[in-house]
Ligand binder design. Structure first.
Ligand code: DGJ
Length: 741
């Protein structure tokens, strides 16, 4: 019954880190079973007796010698649920009475909409397979791409849909991949939010039916993020099985988590089928985004540590990294950003005054935000006119940039390239460039409209002006903002049946512009901002170095936001500014050291009106920036342990990170509001080398009197770190580092 694997191919992907071992990928030609192993996981699928490609196993890594029989289809359930709908296919076409979410749905020119994809052939590629499926009758070909990252076991899946026939057909719905888990009890985790309230972790039992997580907005969105994690049974933060996934797409997307009629679970994700329609002419193909998936046996914490490592080593650009295959990009420069200090009122003198203060604090990068261009006095005008405003900068940007350089910092600039205000020269010249339905009302948001980036002329214009700004000025960094969602996604230059391809072409154009800019200006770094965290996903992260998680910089709110963010994304990209208190969002009063420690858990920035800071505030922040830089790489690229979650109104929260060789660790502890005299819980640290000896030093705050200065990793992990008895009150924070002796 158990068949020997007939071929074992071990190939090294050019794109993976040099240190990583290649992943074994095997195909058993007798049982028609494909197997891909990586990290602590195995992924197995095969061709069933009907010829469909069926999911077989996804979970903990199996022994090399283990093998599988041919995939067995699920039986029909009475006369209402056919075997076709009960069997979890890798990429199922809509047809034959499928009631579950299809991966692919098409409409043929003759009105036929039945699609049944069967296995045709496959090739072995580096760390994976390309498997070709074909409809049982018509020339619709789908190549499924599988590649595993050997260290983390994270699998990248995507599909290429081809029309090899003589007549066009329309793709109504196209997923990147579908993942399947057997019947069981699962908890679904997903992230939702709104402007200034991003990154809320939702946890709910999976029940019969579908939970849809999506964006219909043309971009990723604040309201939901394309990430999920499914926990089995009693899995928690550090224990138990977790399957997780993240979609690499910055346009409208959808992930559907369904429990079927036999209690099995499927997760299907890709282009959002809402208002979708992509005409595939003879000889054309459509590539879906990638849907990444991974498995951890160490709870949600283990899952996020795998994702962080994977994002750092394999997704993010390597700007400034020592080598192309370095395990992570360089830690972010500590930035200063002018937005909360000056809003649109930027000018040469004011920015120089801020820059002098920023340099005195030890800031590495000075970023001038919105307001420097066109006739931009507020948000009513100027977007689209990317020339320097002469009233604010009579001599252009050069004097400011030179000054910033002279102060030892590099210079960054805010842009919002995809937008236009109707009150702009660009709009007056090219009203036809915006997304709209002609003759219908057109909704402005923040007084702006969206340029249709899918148009080649718009793409050329946007690329052209950005290239010009970067060529004419010594700029190290762009903060790329995007402050509204789509409302009328019309593209009337195309024939009516083709117009919906705007959902694909717009996002592809955005990626093309970003990658072309990076090619022409390889040293320039970019931040993805969309009024905060509205465009954070593994698609955009291939082209940007960091993201702005939220316009909400209240340091207490940031604790829960940062907690939510880190389930899916690495702290390396999580920019966190310290701003003035009370912050406008909540009017909360907090100390500067509390704000600093909250932000120091990510990539630190300062966004306050620092010209008004008193000497003691300057001194505190200068000291903490210096302390931060000594542990920054550990904090943003190390293994993160969410020791105490700030969720659900917790009185306390704490995080810990440990670097890859376990020589350093950083610990942050926060009290929201002490209640009934409860002291801070002992923090049992994690991830240290039990046998090594570590020295504890304070970054801010004190450990309990009598805490040893040095102790073994075992002591810190088993006995734990105790806070000072006086660590009580409202909005208190402490931070420590441990260094191996
Ligand atoms: C929204 C961003 O999130 C803010 O940080 C700031 O850049 C403003 N836009 C500027 O208009």
């Amino acid at each position: 019954m158990l068949k020997a694997f007939t071929s074992t191919l071990v190939l090294l992907a050019a794109s993976i880190a040099a240190a990583a071992q290649p992943a074994p990928v095997t195909f058993d030609s007798t049982a028609k079973v494909f197997r891909i192993d990586g990290g602590g996981s195995s992924y197995v699928f095969g061709v069933n007796a009907r010829g469909e490609l069926q999911q077989i196993y996804w979970g903990g890594r199996l022994a090399k010698t283990d093998s599988f029989p041919q995939a067995r289809t699920m039986p029909e359930w009475a006369s209402f649920d056919s075997s076709y709908t009960n069997t979890p296919e890798e990429y199922v076409g809509w047809g034959s009475g499928l009631y579950m979410e299809p991966a692919l749905k098409v409409t043929f020119a003759d009105g036929n909409r039945d699609l049944e994809l069967h296995y045709l052939s496959h090739t072995t590629v580096a760390n994976g397979f390309d498997v070709v499926l074909k409809d049982i009758g018509r020339p619709v070909y789908v190549t499924l791409h599988y590649t595993i990252e050997p260290e983390t076991g994270i699998l990248a899946r995507s599909a290429t849909i081809e029309n090899r026939g003589a007549t066009a057909f329309t793709i109504d719905q196209a997923a990147a991949a579908a993942w399947a888990l057997p019947a069981g009890h699962y908890t679904l985790n997903y992230l939702t939010g709104r402007w200034a309230g991003e990154w809320t972790l939702n946890q709910e039992a999976v029940h019969a039916g579908a939970r849809v997580i999506e964006s219909r907005r043309g971009s990723t969105g604040h309201q939901a993020n394309p990430w999920f994690a499914l926990q089995a049974g009693a899995s928690d933060e550090e224990h138990g099985e977790v399957w997780f996934g993240a979609l690499a797409w910055s346009g409208s997307w959808r992930i559907t988590v369904e429990q079927d009629q036999l209690d099995a679970v499927r997760v299907t994700g890709g282009f959002n089928p809402f208002d979708f329609g992509f005409v595939l002419h003879p000889g054309e193909s459509l590539e879906t985004p990638a849907f990444y998936g991974g498995y951890s046996a160490h709870g949600l914490g283990g899952a996020s540590r795998l994702l962080h490592r994977f994002e750092n080593a394999h997704i993010l650009p390597r700007t400034g990294a020592k080598t192309e295959t370095a395990a992570a990009p360089r830690p972010r420069p500590v930035i200063y950003n002018s937005w909360e200090a000056t809003e649109f009122r930027v000018d040469e003198g004011g920015q120089i005054a801020l820059a002098e203060r920023a340099a005195a604090l030890g800031v590495d990068r000075f970023v001038m935000d919105d307001g420097w261009f066109g006739q931009r006095k507020d948000d009513h005008a100027g977007l689209g006119d990317w020339y320097v405003n002469k009233e604010k900068f009579p001599n252009g940007l050069k004097p400011l940039i030179d000054k910033v350089h002279g102060l030892g910092m590099d210079f960054g600039l805010w842009v919002e390239p995809e937008m236009v205000n109707p009150d702009s020269d660009l709009y007056r010249k090219h009203p036809e460039w915006v997304l709209s339905f002609p003759g219908r009302p057109r909704m402005e948001q923040r007084n702006q409209l969206i340029l249709n980036l899918a148009r080649p002329d718009v793409r050329a214009y946007v690329l052209g002006f950005l290239d010009k700004i970067l060529t004419e000025n010594d700029i190290a960094f762009l903060k790329w903002d995007y402050n509204r969602n789509w409302s009328e996604p019309g593209w009337d230059q195309l024939p009516p049946v083709e117009q919906k391809r705007v959902y694909v072409d717009y996002t592809r154009s955005l990626y093309t512009i970003l990658s072309e800019l990076r090619r022409k200006h390889p040293k320039v770094e970019i931040e993805s901002c969309s009024g905060g965290g509205g465009r954070v996903d593994l698609g955009i992260l291939r082209y940007v170095d960091e993201v702005w998680p939220s316009d909400n910089t209240d340091p207490f709110d940031r604790l829960t936001q940062q907690d939510g963010f880190t389930y899916a994304y690495t702290p390396q990209i999580m920019m966190a500014w310290v701003t003035d208190s009370p912050h406008g969002i909540n009017r909360r009063i907090n100390s500067l050291s509390y704000a600093m420690l909250s932000s120091m858990q990510g990539s630190l920035g300062i966004g306050a009106n620092i010209v008004a800071w008193k000497p003691d505030e300057m001194a505190l922040v200068k000291r903490l920036i210096a302390a931060y830089k000594q542990v920054q790489a550990t904090i943003v690229q190390g293994d993160l342990y969410r020791l105490i979650s700030p969720l659900n109104g917790s009185e306390f929260s704490a995080t810990q990170t440990v670097n890859s060789d376990k020589s350093q660790s950083a610990v942050f502890a926060f009290i929201h509001s002490t209640q009934e005299g409860r002291g801070f819980p002992i923090l049992k640290l994690k991830g240290l080398d039990a046998k090594a000896v570590y020295t504890l030093s304070s970054i801010e705050g004190k450990a309990r009197a009598g805490t040893p200065e040095t102790a073994s990793g075992a002591w810190w992990m088993n006995h734990g770190l105790e806070m000072d008895d006086d660590f009580r009150g409202d909005l208190q924070a402490a931070a420590f580092r441990l260094d191996r002796k």
